[in-house]
Ligand binder design. Sequence first.
Ligand SMILES: Nc1ncnc2c1ncn2[C@@H]1O[C@H](COP(=O)(O)OP(=O)(O)OP(=O)(O)O)[C@@H](O)[C@H]1O
Ligand SMILES: [Mg+2]
Length: 248
Amino acid sequence: MEIKRIKLPGVKTIIGVLSGKGGTGKTFVASCLAATLAKLGKKTGILDANISCPDIFKIFGVTQKIVPTADRKIEPAEKYGIKIVSMAGLSSAEDEPIVWRGPIVSKIIQQLLKETLWGELDALIIDFPSGTSDAVLTILQNFAVDGVLIVTTPQELSTLDARRSINMALAMKIPILGIIENMRGEVFGEGGAARVAETMRIPLLGSIPLRKQITALCDAGMPPVFQMEELEMIFGKVARIAMEKIMV
Ligand SMILES: Nc1ncnc2c1ncn2[C@@H]1O[C@H](COP(=O)(O)OP(=O)(O)OP(=O)(O)O)[C@@H](O)[C@H]1O
Ligand SMILES: [Mg+2]
């Protein structure tokens, strides 16, 4: 049976950032890709699909609140020319706990996707929560996601979960742009993503070291890709591949 997936009006391409394990750097990777595409002149948006712990506002240093319009639409926040929507902008305090059950969470993500006034976008990046939970499955099933990026740290406990995310995307017939290794170095090792790439026949797009500077820039609300040449190189390549393969 052919599944009809929802396309968002005006949004040309949707790119998802996935990982099996939590804390591998999805939000960091999503922010770097969005910032790179925007710098290349692409109209870019980012949806923080992490409803319970939304972090995108923090990484972009956005503090403004999102107030729904009279007809209950959402006007995205904007930073560096990127349109940004996150529950962080809709909750009252930055550290307020957001406690909703799974089915409600996927409804909220769908609502944020559909009710936001995205305008014309060349690319909308979705920063997913980790794992293969109901919320992730629902969005991938119902929306026309054109491609996904897989993020993993090098150790086996993370690459095993990355394989689960890859198999989920394959089962849903969603193109996989490739895998990014993050936090390479003494602590987590290296080469894990290369092994996944080889055995699962997907492209290895880059390997990013664990660096204090990255943590500090993310905490300071400055997308690290604007400040670090090695990230600029990696995400320049990721953006090029996305533009060639899935962006129309
Ligand atoms: N290469 C790196 N070097 C140093 N710190 C990093 C690196 N990548 C990410 N971080 C930091 O690690 C933490 C986790 O990153 P991030 O929030 O992007 O992970 P995540 O996969 O989105 O987590 P979650 O599963 O909770 O959504 C953040 O504090 C981030 O700044
Ligand atoms: Mg995150």
